[in-house]
Structures are given as C-alpha cells and as structure tokens.
Design a protein around this ligand. Structure first.
Ligand code: FAD
Length: 651
C-alpha cells in the first residue's frame, strides 16, 4: 500500500513515474510536480502551458484534458477556493470521499455539497501532489483518469471521470497514513536478529506464545472484533499490518465454522476473482466457485498465516461504554469462562443478518413435524422420502429446496411475493466479469483496480447503470424467465428495474443468484405454490390461504433475518441501537430501504453515532476493500491523530 514507494501493482503506472512525482504527457514532456518547499500545499501540479502553446495545434488527448482539469483543481485547492473547485464539477457531479477528506465514507452530491465539504475540510486536509497515475482513457465521451495525491496526514488515490471538461465523478480514498505505512515490500521485517545468538532473545514462537498468553488478560486489545467470519478476519489482518492490536472473538469452535456449519451442498455464489481475502489471494488453480468447507479451511489457514489473534469458542455477551476510559467493558464467555475485556474500539463483524425471523403461524404449537429456521438447517440427509415445505423464495429458500431435492425429499417452495432471479453465469458475463474474471486480469484489471473501479461509482449513479445491466440480463435470459413464469414463479427485476445488485445494497434480500435450483423449479422437480400465504399449521400439514393443504414432515422458514440493529440492541443497548440508527441500506425510499437518502451504506465502515462503535461486513469483495478504510480510521485513532468527522457525516 505504499503508494509512493513504488510497490503499486504492475500496470498502474503506464506512462507515469509517480515515484518521481512526475507525469508524462503524450508529447513526452515532463509535467513537473514542483516541490515548493515551505508552501502549505507543496508540491503542486504544474501544467506546461508555455511549451504547449508553442507546439503545433493538436487535438488534446484524454490525458491532456485530465491533466488540465487536475491543474485547475490543484490551483483552486491551493488557493483555498472551495467554490472554484466545486465549479470544476458538473452541476450534479459527485465527489465520493473515503476517509481522505472527511474521516468518513461520504458522497457529496452536487456542487453545493462539494463546496460545503471543501469549505469545512480544506485548511486541515491540505491536499497536494495531485498526479496522474497512468494515461487517461476515453469511452463514450467520458474521460477516466486515475490519480494519486497527498493530504497533511496521508497518501491517497483517486478516480476521476470527466464529461464535457467537468468532473462527473471523483472518488478520493485514503490509502495509507504517513509515518504508519504497512511493513510490506522494502519495509518487510527481517525476521531475525543476526549475531544475536545466546542472548536469550525469544524465538518467533516464544514471542508469539507470550503475546497470546498476555492478550486479553494482562494486555488489553486496542480493538475488539466481535465475529471471526471472513469480515472479522480480514479486518484483523489489516489491523495487524498497521500495528494495531486486535482481538477477534467468535462463538464458533474454529475459524471458518461460519461457513462449515451451513448446509452440506453450499458453494459460494460469487466467483473466485471477487472473493480474495486482503493480502492473500487464492492460488490461481482455485475453483471458480468455492465449496463452503473449502472456504472454511481457507479462513482457518488465513487466520494462522496472518498471525491473527482469534479466540474461538468465545461468545460476546454484552458491551457497555466506560466513558472515563473512553472505551468499552465487554463481557465474553470463553469456553464457558466469563472474562471482561476492555478495548478502546469495538467492531461488530457479526454478519449482515440480525436475528432469525420466524413467522408465528396459528397452530404452530400443534405441528408434529420438524420446524426450523433456514439458519439452523443442517442438510437434507434425514429427509429422504419425506414431505418438506420451504417458506420463502430467496437465496436460502432455493438452496435449501435444491438440497432437499438432491436428498430425495418431496419438496414444495411457498412463494409469497416476487423475487429477482439472475443466473450466476449471466451475472458473470454481464455484471462481475468486466471487472472480476480471467479476462479482466488479462486486460490489466487487478483485484485492487477492480475494487477501486467499483468504489469510484457513487451509489446514485450505480443505480442508473444497473438498469441497463438488468435490461441486458432480461434479454439474454428471456427464455429462462419464460420457463420460470410458466411454472408460476413470480418474478421481478427490482421495483425500479435496477436489479439484483441494488436489491442487495438497499435491503440485502429479495433475490436468488441461480446456481441450478431455478431449473428444478421450472420443470416441477421442486414443487411451487406462489402468491399464497400460510393460514395455519396442523399436526402434519400446512394450510394455505387459498384453502389448500400441503402435507409436511418438515417446515423450513427461509424467511430471512431482522435488522442488524437488533444485534446492537442485544449486545449493547436499545438506546445505542436507536442512536446509531439503521445499518446497511442507502435510504433509497424503496421497499425495506426507507429514506432519507444517505448516499452511502448506512453506518458501514464509517463512524457511527456511538463513539467507539463500528460495523464491518458485507460480501467478500466489500469486506476486502472497505476493511482498509475502517482499519485506517482505527489506526488514526490509536495513534492519536485528530479525526474530525466532517459535518453532515455521522458524528
Ligand atoms: C447460501 C449463501 C451463499 C452465500 N454466498 C456468498 C458468496 O458467494 N459470496 C459472498 O461474499 N457472500 C456470500 N454469502 C454471504 C455470506 O454469508 C457473507 O459474505 C459472509 O458470511 C459474511 O461474512 P461476515 O464475516 O461478515 O459474517 P459471518 O460469516 O456471518 O460471520 C459472523 C461471525 O460472527 C460470529 N458471531 C455473531 N455474534 C457473535 C457473538 N455475540 N459472539 C461471538 N461471535 C459472534 C458468528 O459466529 C460468525 O462466525 C452467502 C450466504 C449464504 C447464506
């Protein structure tokens, strides 16, 4: 991550020598970043105006146009002219800032909002050293340029999109803190003290064991991460590299058990290119779709290789603030032993789901079969030849129905309302594949570049772009959708036709990524009753509101989970949960995502309204990328850097 230390991935610096702080234009002339010593904003970007005036008339290249815009931005910022900088944006242009300016994740929508942010932050942030990171490109009238810059405390990276000479989008992100760079590449530790034999120095193992024995007992962690799934482990790896002591607690017996404990046939829905953990990508023979136990083993190995401090078989019971110590008092049970931990920062990485939601059907107590929520479903083996009813029609419902069918059960899915279905293969071809695939890698789009490209598109604009993708998906798979409809399946494509990704971001539910169950539904091997509700349960049957009755030995509630704020309420308090407010969702005003518009995923990876409380999670791609932003915010606090969160963002 040492942006200016020359360890950026290959392919990022085409035509650019960022290490020397210079940008080469197409004409080959150096555009210097002057090191004006003593200047508050030095070094600054310089555009070679005189040299270019003397050159023969040429059409400015995308790089020329991006460089000119960058010079104007630098001039405005250097002069402290927030309004002039905002005027370089389109009227409805967006500036998405990840920690670099605002110490939060925040999208400024429109010139007025951009100007307000700059007025509030410029004097403190002192942005400088803007350089082009490679040649700019142009597609459909949009110029795209990758940038590097510095602030008073850190080094940043940015992605700029220009339309008609003005910024349509700018994403700035903090990449590292000055003086706290990760010990990677040239900075890696030696691992040995040569010539130190016989002095009684501890070996790596001895030092590690001593630290593990002390942590949580005689030494308190700076950060306590509750939840050791992929989210908690990835964040802990980032914190370890930044030298922040972090302890992960998880109620499962071993890291990776969150995946292992899921039903037998589960395979990740997202392809391998999307799923890498921070720092340690899967090897290139890894299957495209990782089986869940393989994922569990990988996470367990990851925790060891990255030397993470994980307490397994440890449940977090409660957490309360100790204002005097500016920290937390957290009660945990480790292998049954009650212990109190006193971290400064508390991160909940307990998964995006709140508590399992089980509908209360009249007569539930008279049902003599087995009832289980999808989160407790262990697999179809006991149900061969049995009659099974699955309530729900989203991801889990489909996977469970397929699993039961594979085990020879007679299974019926009950669909109450419509579901967005997208075939995994199609999503790969039309959605993820552009950024996350072998083909993308061949085009030089590394995981880091793909992550930043995704992050560079503000959510409001992402929703617009998803309409086009959804239309393509519908066209490509028209016959598939027709078969599903013919079977009676109720389909939707998002209430504003923005499709699966936006449903995920807005509400985290309402869709199925088809990895095969839809064919079973379409041809009737999985029975389907749609547009119906359960009226009541009887001893061995489920009665529907159309009067029909389904015999049932097993009833699975694939009915989802409550909001994550329920977890905050149960671990901390309902007052804190209320103060923090909704977690996840954008405030789009669509079903299960009530407004107001937040512009960012609410309370994720960003300061919450409860000092010292943070929420981390999301899918593997989100956890990988945003864990860096969260880790940098935690690092800054651990070393006492002032971190004033910009007004308008949560305090
Ligand atoms: C069928 C299915 C398929 C999926 N496919 C994909 C996919 O392909 N790609 C993808 O990215 N995601 C996928 N997901 C989503 C997946 O669940 C999440 O990406 C991932 O599990 C989130 O990781 P996490 O670490 O945030 O949460 P989790 O993996 O849920 O981990 C949370 C951890 O917190 C622990 N915990 C909770 N409360 C406490 C407490 N009080 N004390 C101690 N420990 C606690 C739990 O034991 C758990 O280990 C899928 C989910 C399902 C159900």
């Amino acid at each position: 991550m040492a942006a200016s230390q020359g360890d950026a991935p290959a392919g990022h610096l085409t035509g650019t020598d960022a290490r020397a702080g210079r940008v080469r234009g197409v004409a080959g002339g150096p555009w210097n970043v002057a090191a004006a010593a003593g200047s508050m904003l030095a070094p600054r970007f310089r555009f070679p105006a005189r040299r270019r005036a003397a050159a023969p008339m040429t059409v400015p290249t995308p790089t020329d146009r991006a460089a000119r815009w960058l010079r104007d931005l630098d001039d405005a910022l250097h002069a402290g002219r927030a309004d002039a900088a905002a005027a370089l944006f389109q009227e409805d242009g967006c500036w998405r800032d990840l920690t670099a300016f605002t110490w939060a994740l925040k999208t400024m929508d429109g010139r007025a909002s951009i100007a307000a942010m700059l007025h509030a932050t410029l004097a403190r942030v002192r942005p400088t050293g803007w350089t082009l990171d490679g040649e700019a490109t142009e597609s459909n009238g949009t110029v795209e340029a990758w940038l590097r810059f510095e602030t008073a405390v850190g080094r940043g990276r940015a992605v700029l999109r220009l339309r008609d000479g003005r910024a349509w989008t700018l994403m700035t992100m903090l990449a590292e803190l000055k003086g706290h760079e990760e010990p990677a590449g040239d900075r890696r530790p030696l691992g040995v003290e040569h010539g130190a034999y016989g002095r009684g120095l501890p070996t790596w193992l001895e030092a590690r064991e001593a630290w593990r024995a002390a942590l949580g007992r005689t030494v308190q962690p700076e950060v306590l991460v509750v939840g050791g799934g992929q989210g908690g482990l990835g964040l802990a790896a980032r914190l370890r590299r930044l030298g922040v002591s972090a302890l992960v607690v998880d109620r499962h017996a071993r890291p990776g058990d969150a995946w292992r404990s899921r039903y037998r046939s589960l395979v990740l829905h997202d392809p391998v290119w999307y799923d890498h953990m921070p720092y340690l990508p899967f090897p290139d023979h890894w299957p495209v779709f990782t089986p869940k136990d393989k994922m569990g083993d990988w996470l367990e190995a990851y925790a060891r290789i990255m030397e993470l401090d994980v307490w397994s078989a440890t449940t977090c019971v409660s957490a309360r603030r100790d204002e005097a110590a500016d920290g937390w008092v957290v009660e945990v049970e480790r292998d049954g032993e009650p212990l109190v931990l006193r971290p400064r920062q508390l991160v909940l990485a307990t998964g995006l789901s709140g508590l399992p939601q089980v509908p209360s059907f009249p007569g539930a107590e008279t049902f003599e079969g087995t009832q289980v929520h999808s989160s407790a479903y262990a697999g179809g083996a006991p149900w061969a030849g049995k009659r099974c009813v699955v309530v729900g029609s989203n991801n889990s419902a489909h996977d469970l129905c397929a699993d039961l069918w594979e085990h020879g059960a007679q299974v019926t899915m009950l669909q109450r309302s419509s579901t967005m279905v997208a075939r995994s293969e199609t999503l790969q071809a039309l959605g993820w594949g552009r950024l996350f695939s072998e083909d993308a890698l061949r085009r030089g789009i590394t995981t880091e570049r793909a992550d930043m490209t995704l992050a560079s598109m503000p959510y409001r604009l992402l929703a617009e772009s998803q309409k086009a993708v959804t239309a393509q998906i519908r066209e490509r798979d028209a016959a598939f959708y027709e078969r599903l409809r013919a079977a009676g399946f109720l389909l939707d494509f998002g209430e504003d036709d923005t499709g699966l990704s936006m449903k995920y971001l807005r509400r985290g539910s309402g869709y199925y990524i088809d990895v095969g169950a839809s064919a079973l539904v379409a041809d009737g091997r999985i029975g389907l009753r749609s547009g119906v509700r359960v009226r009541a349960l009887r001893a061995r049957s489920v009665v529907l509101d159309d009067g029909s009755e389904l015999p049932a030995d097993l009833l699975v509630h694939a009915t989802g989970f409550g909001p994550l704020s329920d977890v905050v309420a149960s671990l901390v308090s309902s007052e804190v949960a209320e103060r923090v407010g909704p977690i996840w969702g954008l405030g789009s005003g669509t079903t299960r995502d009530p407004g107001p518009w937040a512009g960012e995923l609410r309370n994720m990876w960003s300061p919450t309204r409860q000092r010292g409380l943070w929420i981390h999670g999301g899918n593997l791609q989100q956890s990988r990328f945003y864990s860096l932003q969260l880790a940098l915010q935690l690092k800054a606090r651990s070393v006492g850097l002032p971190t004033p969160v910009q007004e308008g963002a949560p305090a």
